[in-house]
Design a protein around this ligand. Structure first.
Ligand SMILES: [Ca+2]
Ligand SMILES: [Ca+2]
Ligand SMILES: [Ca+2]
Length: 328
């Protein structure tokens, strides 16, 4: 009797000493009424309950990374691989001794056929921290976007488009010189580009659309490289037209977008075009006296390539879709 009481007191006591919460202490005391040795082991199962709570924080997409997470990561070759849609908290950079001047991280874009875009945010910057954020494409190591703040502790954000399977690197450092180490949180949110007709950047990849059936697609463009190439924002469609007139209309043009729609005949010769210099305006070709047969419709941005990375929030033409309809 005395021995059992002593044992249960020891179990409760050890549960408290090992830092268990009040809830884990409770099963320990119910163990004492059980009066058997095996009930003592149910007390120890209380501590596994606390590891369960750390499991739930893992499923919420958050990693308590800590000051030395991924170190050493001060060169691009040492970039620490991280996951998209996951918060990394308590990171640090800018050691006074020069041992942590830069933090490099690397992501691999998910395998969505239309690609996607990433919104990167640096937040919860500790006081006296001046964050700078630079995104590079791993293919050519040039900078896609570079943004910073001159306000102590301020958050910064940027966005960039990504090609499926391509790698991109994020660099975080103190803006403008040396200073005490500061902590920050980082998150890279990935959204796939909503376009079921990609890839269609080349004539030979043109996707079939039907007469009188509006489709929706994205005008966003991406590349594994830093600079987009001509054609990276092209959307080619194939449509069969009867002899006579036809209308090709792009509507719901995103508010910041300049559309440019072309109609090409079977030989690839341009037989119609309409573009706008007013952001968000529609584009419409009213083609006359066509010969019946197969045609290509090409949609791309008017006057140059679209942007694919910048500080702040992504533009509407990256997040929204245009509507295209061919009628006769
Ligand atoms: Ca570092
Ligand atoms: Ca597209
Ligand atoms: Ca395209």
């Amino acid at each position: 009797m005395n021995l059992r009481t002593t044992l249960s007191l020891l179990l409760v006591g050890s549960a408290l000493v090992t830092g268990c919460t009040i809830s884990t202490g409770t099963p320990g005391s119910s163990g004492s009424s059980g009066s058997s040795g095996s009930s003592g082991s149910s007390g120890s199962s209380g501590s596994s309950g606390s590891s369960g709570s750390s499991g739930s924080s893992g499923s919420s997409g958050s990693v308590v990374a800590g000051c030395d997470f991924g170190e050493p990561n001060d060169t691009r070759e040492q970039a620490k691989a991280v996951d998209v849609n996951t918060s990394y908290t308590g990171l640090c950079v800018s050691n006074p001794d020069g041992g942590d001047l830069l933090d490099f991280f690397e992501i691999t874009a998910p395998a969505d056929a239309a690609g996607g875009y990433v919104q990167v945010s640096i937040s919860n910057v500790s006081s006296k921290g001046l964050a700078e954020l630079i995104v590079y494409s791993a293919a050519d190591n040039a900078s896609l976007v570079d943004t910073y703040t001159t306000e102590d502790g301020a958050s910064i954000k940027a966005w960039f488009t990504v090609t499926p399977g391509a790698k991109y690197r994020v660099q975080v450092n103190r803006f403008a010189g040396a200073g005490p180490r500061f902590s920050y949180d980082m998150r890279l949110d990935y959204t796939k580009i909503n376009d079921a007709f990609e890839p269609n950047n080349r004539k030979e990849d043109a996707k079939v659309i039907a007469l009188g059936t509006p489709i929706q697609a994205s005008a966003a463009a991406h590349s594994p490289n830093t600079e987009l190439s001509v054609g990276d924002d092209s959307d080619y469609y194939k449509v069969t037209l009867g002899a006579g007139n036809a209308t090709i209309k792009l509507s719901n043009s995103p508010a910041d977008y300049l559309c440019d729609v072309e109609l090409l005949d079977a030989s690839g010769e341009r037989v119609g075009e309409n573009y706008t210099t007013t952001p968000g305006a529609n584009c419409q070709i009213d083609a006359k006296d066509l010969v019946g047969g197969q045609y290509l419709v090409l949609q791309h941005q008017f006057a140059g390539l679209p942007i694919r990375a910048k500080a702040g929030e992504p533009p509407a033409f990256v997040t929204a879709r245009y509507t295209l309809e061919v009628t006769q």
